[in-house]
Structures are given as C-alpha cells and as structure tokens.
Design a protein around this ligand. Structure first.
Ligand SMILES: Cc1cc2nc3c(=O)[nH]c(=O)nc-3n(C[C@H](O)[C@H](O)[C@H](O)COP(=O)(O)OP(=O)(O)OC[C@H]3O[C@@H](n4cnc5c(N)ncnc54)[C@H](O)[C@@H]3O)c2cc1C
Length: 203
C-alpha cells in the first residue's frame, strides 16, 4: 500500500485551505480525496455573495471563492487531487480505503486531516413533531436542489428559523417565483445562525 506524507479527506473550503497551507509550509506529498466530481464542497451551492470579504477583501459568491482556492491548489507542486473518491474506511494505522468509479483503492497516511464537513440533522433530530415528513427539507438540501440540481422543491414555502440562512433561502425561493408564506421562529426578532428548514406549503 502506498504511503503519503499527508492525506486530506474532503475538498470543501476546509480541505482546500489545509492543502494550500500544508504545501506552503513544506509538505511535499499530499493526497486530497473528494467524493464529489468537483472541489468546493458546500460552497458550490452557495451562489449568493458575501464570501471572501476577510480573506480576499472582495465580495464573492461561494463558487467564485472556491475557484480561487482551486486555482491555487492546481498551481502547487506535490498536491494530488483525486475526485470521485469516497472514503469508506479508516483504521488506527491511518490506512484508508476509498471507492473510485470501478475501483477500490487504499492508501496509508503518515498524517491525516479529516475535512468532511457536517451533516444536516433530520426533522426528528430538531424536534419537529408530525406524521407527514414528506415535503420538509433542511435548508442545505433545498438549496442544493435549486442551485445544483435545478429542481424547485415547492411553490408555497414556510421557513422555520430566521437566521441568515433562512433569509437567504426565502430570497432564493422568491427569486424562483415561489410564494414564501412566512418565517417561524421562537424569537421575536430575526436572529443570526438559527436552525432552519424550508417547508413547501400544504401541511
Ligand atoms: C445552506 C447553507 C448556506 C450557507 N451560507 C454561507 C454563507 O453565506 N457564508 C458562509 O461563510 N458560509 C455559509 N455556509 C457555510 C459554509 O458553506 C460551510 O461552513 C463550509 O462549506 C464548511 O466547509 P467544510 O470544508 O468544513 O465542509 P464542506 O463544504 O461540507 O466540505 C466537505 C467536503 O467533504 C466531502 N466528503 C464528505 N465525506 C467524504 C468522504 N467520506 N470521502 C470523501 N469526501 C468526503 C464532501 O463531498 C465535501 O466536498 C452555508 C452552508 C449552508 C449549508
């Protein structure tokens, strides 16, 4: 099994920044594994602006922000990017197995960075009761459906949570011609960073 100086799992902004920083600080043999067909992670579906203000002193969309890092990575020696590479196991010796189309590969990491992002919680996990889960979407999934897959999850929408993501999703649905019936929140005023889900109307 081939050994690599550094293996990074996940090609979202955290994985990309880790690869750039490691390469700039002298790590010469880096393997970046990303299960998707492109780098950038969640940023690819965040097509609104507001990214890059701190790092690039410019207002960029998510894909534009990711593109800056991707170009940097492509220009670095010693970084190998492997797309469509889904890591499925990891043991105590830092040996990883990953699936590529038509192949199963393995690699041993001298150092390992897990940058696999987070997972959205389900309706039950955020304690929304009910017997009809269809038509209830976490914000990230609804955003992916609209911005990446080209599907509109509904035409009448109620948003639970009025943090920035809730408001971004309200704007996105409105721009696509959907009717946003209102926000629901436990607070009286909109609050930043609130838990949010988008629900097409009719339940
Ligand atoms: C709806 C929404 C709106 C947002 N809006 C903003 C915003 O306006 N401004 C802002 O600053 N942030 C925003 N964010 C947050 C921002 O997108 C995240 O903080 C950021 O993407 C996290 O980066 P990450 O690299 O940790 O994870 P991710 O971007 O999730 O990247 C993780 C990567 O790991 C890969 N991966 C996971 N498991 C495996 C595996 N087993 N094998 C191989 N690869 C794997 C995934 O495919 C993915 O590419 C938003 C997030 C969401 C969901």
């Amino acid at each position: 099994m081939r050994e690599r100086e550094l293996v990074i799992v996940g090609g979202g902004p955290a994985g990309l920044a880790a690869a750039v920083s490691a390469a700039e600080n002298g790590v010469k043999d880096i393997l970046l594994l990303e299960r998707d067909q492109y780098l950038g992670g969640i940023l690819n579906q965040c097509i609104h602006t507001g990214f890059g203000l701190h790092h690039f002193k410019e207002e960029l969309t998510g894909p534009e922000y990711a593109e800056r890092f991707i170009r940097q990575i492509m220009g670095l020696k010693g970084v190998e990017v492997s797309l469509k590479s889904f890591v499925v196991s990891l043991n105590r010796n830092k040996e990883l197995a990953y699936l590529k189309p038509g192949a199963s590969e393995s690699v041993k990491a001298r150092a390992l960075i897990m940058a696999t992002g987070c997972r959205e919680r389900t309706r039950e996990m955020v304690h929304i009761a009910g017997t009809r889960p269809s038509g209830i979407y976490p914000a990230g999934l609804a955003q992916k459906m609209i911005n990446i897959e080209g599907w509109l999850p509904g035409r009448g929408v109620v948003i639970i949570g009025s943090g920035d993501i809730g408001l971004i999703m309200a704007r996105r649905f409105t721009l696509e011609g959907a009717r946003v019936g209102g926000h629901r929140d436990t607070k009286r005023k909109p609050r930043p960073g609130a838990q949010c889900g988008a629900m097409p109307g009719g339940f």
